[in-house]
Design a protein around this ligand. Sequence first.
Ligand SMILES: [Mg+2]
Length: 260
Amino acid sequence: MQSTKTLLTDFMEQLSVAPTSALLLDYDGTLAPFQMDRNRAYPYPGVVEIVESIIQSGRTRVIVVTGRPIRELRALLPPMSNLEVWGEHGLDHLLADGTYQQTAIAPEITEVLAQAERWLNQADLMPLAEIKKAGLAVHWRGLSEAEIGRVQARTMEGWARLAEQPGIKLLRFEGGLELRSARPNKGDAVATIVEELDSNTRIAFLGDDLTDEDAFRVLGDRGLSVLVRAEYRETKANVWLKPPQELLGFLTQWLNSISV
Ligand SMILES: [Mg+2]
């Protein structure tokens, strides 16, 4: 098995000679540290500048693939020209030229989510809830261990029947639970992106969370998948980087590789 260092060195060499490249980035936990207040989860210092330079090079298509709705992401990032974003795990798509596309959600899914929202209301959990187009999240970052245990158990019980409905998925993420439309997931978003790319485009996907594993799996041998996380966990990614230092190192190397 190749070491992380060899894999990265080889990848950067290939990048320097590739005619085009695509840098796919998760946001929370990858480009930005988690915050008690998720509306204040700004990127690590230095990240925006490097990503902007990578975009400006004109040699890399930079795409953020996030579980957040696009409007939330835009509130956390300075305006960047030519930044492409897939929001809500691939449901919303903001193209580099500023045009916006949205995938329709089946009425059955919307109905299940409406029931889930009614339950949250009755359970007095709305202060912890985030309502998205294709999902509902309960966030418990900042609560005590005991409170987290209680909220998690109650929500899982309250949503158990709904989570079994076809086309619906209950997923755990760092700091909460989300009941959402099973598709699209980040893997679907990555599949769509990869299909559009030329076969000699070098690709990397960076992510931290369990929802990023779908993206790692879909990318497979077609690109480099990178787990960005303070602690290692079982993953399909090829490489593990600790943020922020190793992340900044990776992005800087990327910029240098495409600038030669
Ligand atoms: Mg993340």
